[in-house]
Write a protein that binds this ligand. Sequence first.
Ligand code: AMP
Length: 593
Amino acid sequence: MSEGGQPTFTSLGVAEPILRALNEVGYESPTPIQAASIPHLLEGRDILGMAQTGTGKTAAFALPLLSRLNTKSNNTQMLVLAPTRELAIQVAEACQTYAKYIPDFHVLPIYGGQAYDSQLRQLRRGAQVVVGTPGRVMDHIRRGSLNLDNLEALVLDEADEMLRMGFIDDVEWVLDHTPAGRQIALFSATMPSQIKRVAQKYLNDAQEVKIAGKTATATTIKQKYWRVSGLHKLDALTRILELQQFDAMLTFVRTKSATEELAEKLSARGYAAEALNGDMSQQQRERTVERLKNGKTDILVATDVVARGLDVERISHVLNYDIPYDTESYVHRIGRTGRAGREGEAILFVAPREFRMLRSIERATNQPIERMDLPSAADINVKRVDRFKQRISETMDSTDTSLFLDILADYQQEHDSDPLHIAAALAHLLQGKTPLLISEREPRPERDRGDRGDRGDREDGRQRRDRRRGEFSKDARPLKGKPEVAMERFRVSVGHEHGVLPKNIVGAIANEANLKAEFIGQIEIYDEFSTVDLPAGMSKEAMQALGRVYVCGQRLKIESVANDSGRRPPRNARNKRPHRGRGDRPAPKKQDK
Ligand code: AMP
């Protein structure tokens, strides 16, 4: 255990090569769902985990199950079923990252829509871990190309999503075709009765794992959130720092490396900022906290673990740069301000895909978190001009400028220049390369910006993938190899408010209409709905099937924007044909199921 009784990946028993990889990725400590799941899974027990995306659930099952893998054999020992091809790829990528230092490790994602021959070739070569969508996994079991005789562990990831997408029978079929002694980890954000039934039928003495939610917040803390959009998180933070009166600020990020990167970036922008993370010795940490106490530094960028229990009265602001993994961490974080009865303010950056977590925090703390707007460029500029003028006054009042007065008097005589022009030229010199004023960046369209707000920051493979997926736009997608098909814009009844990501829409459409992902065009996510470009003239059956699909708890209710006469079509929705072409549209037919 680390100090304070917090578990570490080592104390939980994660295998050595994986610890090495984790250190490289910069995970400092296990998230609550990881701390709760890892020991059970390492002991070979079944678990029923209530966890949504963003809590660290992938690592919660991947770390212990990969720790138990026997890489001397090429047999498939671990199978993960995931609702969409995108999730399957993400999970496979995460496994690859965590298993980087396990020799002879092979993971294989298999999903509908992908050519069989390459899957068959790779299955023949052998993969200890297979991650797939239920339909395709079923196909391979039937064909005999996926042999599960030596399966040790089966993971059902996002089980409720698989249920919503109509895969539950397939999931049960796969479960029935696995050896009796295999271990099962079932993860689901919610526990509808059908999932409970599956759990009761197939899990053996399952340990239930969920993250505790009961918490209370100090009422002296004002809580706000900013929806990450249009600006990089770093730019947003500096705008806040410029305009907000703050004494000291504690900023939270997820990884050790991020503490250092953000502290460095803030220092480069002229703020007294330092990192506080678990790689530092106790003594170094104490010295850093001391510098915050005595005002030598103003901003600490920390991870959850090291900031636990931090008690510095000066902290007037807590800024959640990265959203926490659970509501309890949020309460711990914001409790670092408002100390000794003082007022405090907590700001939370929330990317659209993290809205579910925001709502969970509000529910658990029983307090609404108010939405905030960032200071505008105009607000910032007024402030900067004021400050500039103030500096002139201060210098004139308190500094002996006689030497420069003489030189400039000379200069003025020699050139017969206007003194104001001379002053302006000097101000320009003084300002250097950094412009005094900023300009409001053209806000990006509401197309899902995903967590693009933090593009300036380090991102892991998974985030990068999310980003790529968030940019299924004409201009952002590589056109190479892209089919040329006339497109039509459709509206679906699921948006930011439901926590939807482009991948959910892509997954549902790809699976239900059996449309290859490359035929799914631009996706724009709005608050209450989204638009998606699909090949024009989709069959009636495909449309009906799609209309019935649930994504993030919402019926898709797909309709053509052209028919949507009652409502104003969203921006850019009219007459847009992202991929003009021969119209060789794919015939939508079911295949993955
Ligand atoms: P998931 O809930 O599996 O979708 O994971 C959410 C994100 O958290 C992913 O980007 C992971 O890389 C990241 N993550 C998972 N566990 C940790 C950890 N212990 N420390 C820092 N980041 C983590």
